[in-house]
Design a binder for this molecule. Sequence first.
Ligand code: M6R
Length: 618
Amino acid sequence: MAFLRLDVSQIMCGIFGCILKSGDVAPLMRQALERLEYRGYDSVGEATVQSNKLFIKKDKGKISEVHAAVNLDDMPGSIGIAHTRWATHGAPSKVNAHPHTDCDNKVAVIHNGIIENFLELREKLEHSSHIFKSRTDSEVVPHLIEEQLRNGSDLLEAVIETVRKLKGAYAIVVLCSSYPDTIVCARKESPLVIGIGKDAVYCASDIPAFLPLTNKALLLEENEVALLTLSKVEITNSETGEVVSRAPFEVTWTRQAAEKSGYDYFMLKEIYEQPQAIRNALRTQRIYYDLVASRIDSADVVYFTGCGTAYHACLAGAYSMAKLAGLRSNVVIASEFNQVHTNLLDKKSIVVALSQSGETMDTLNAVREARARGASIVSVTNVMGSTVTRLSDVYVGQNSGPEIGVAATKTFTAQVTVLTRLAIVLSKKRGRTSSADTENLLEKLAQVPDAITSILKQQDDKVREVARKCKNLPSFCFLGRGISEVTAIEGRLKLLEIAYVPSLAYAAGESKHGFIAMVEPGYPVIFVAPNDETHSKIIGNIMEMKARGAHIISIVEEGDEQIKSISDDFIEMPRGIPGIMTPLAFVVPLQLLAYYVAVEKGHDPDHPRNLAKSVTVE
Ligand code: M6R
């Protein structure tokens, strides 16, 4: 187990459940939540049961803030559930904090994940007189359980019937005042681990929650539901109804290793989280895309803005929107925005601002000025309730969960995913793509996570080998044509910021207008070379570099013998990824390359010198 990497699926909220033989559960739950705070931290809540009565405390804020305000340790009972939230649906607020309850305040539920069909479920439940208090997707769960209990199901049956109705990703933990000795939990796509202690049983989104309490753990697999009591853990497959038997294993990790799910650094873990991060980005309801596409379509002037990696995502998005939807737009680095561009804005303008943190000062300044000129603001961000969401007319959540490594990885691919989907929806709206082609493109986008999974499985060792070979080279150049220029400049930024290797990135066609003077035998030139419409031209660029003795490292499609034969090293990507989606896959080996070069050079990739995760100064 020590060297095993856990499946890093959905990393968002932290969840914990606990049954003790004796004593109060509340202080222990708060401590467990503190160990999970790295997963999410915009609001906190706990529920306990004593004498068949449910007690709840919850509020917006960090655990320490909420604890100071309401004393989370002061709750009765030796059974409880607890949650620290990373908002996706519904802004951070007391009412949106978990646990959520049914109409009778008997069933309490905490949830990590995104329920895609919550609008439809909520509408049906409201028709049958259920009263909703929050704006979250999660609240449908206690009401669905309530329905089943009313129909005569026991708690386990009610949860199984409920999860069968859910589409999307979930890890849920359920407490019910009529079952004061039982917790039921279930998962699909979001992780859930059970801890078996002496005179106690736990469940959590992640091992660190209970690691100081027990090192005996049991992983719940996809579509499994577990009934927990002090005397047994009973696992049922919710799809087949079969009871599953599974033995616990011994966790030998330290807490720090457990937080990283067995990866050496958060950055590597986050690179590996990308398939799930893209799936989560695609879980945002279609209505948001239709709304944003309509606004963009009717605007006279469209700008995209952001900083660093978010700016690169803007470049990729604007490229796709031009290519697919015929959109004319401007992409401007946020720190340069107010020099000239705000003067060109008015009420018929739209500014699409990208910011993972939602707090980058340069981006906020651009947005504030644009607003002052009457422009509409659309933002794409990872942090609900952040300043950029408050300044926006519409915002789209990218749903990546916290990104701890300073280098943006999963949040880049999630942002590009959001903008690619927007380009597809806009193109359909503008009549440039038929319904069938639109569905086909959306299907291709939905397949990208699997392509990335196979890249991670098959190319990680190869990239590490290239990194070892090249780790002492003083400089690199990244080249790409079309949308691959964006991939190249994003790859360069990763190498610069975490491995401190001064590097260049160019549109490959431009390289002969200057950069080529740098090339001497052995100089490493990385070509991002998908098999799209730029393929034949990039071969010409490779030959130009090769003729001057450059060391050619190419990122190519599987079976691209032509480019492989003229490369010194090559990394192969799955075939058939449409051109506009190639940055999502082709950036992955470049992220890995930067990571491995940094590690080989002895640098900490999670904490590059002089950089902050969120740059809140001008
Ligand atoms: O939070 P934001 O997306 O607004 O941050 C923007 C940049 O500061 C950020 O992308 C930065 O460039 C990263 N360290 C790049 O990896």
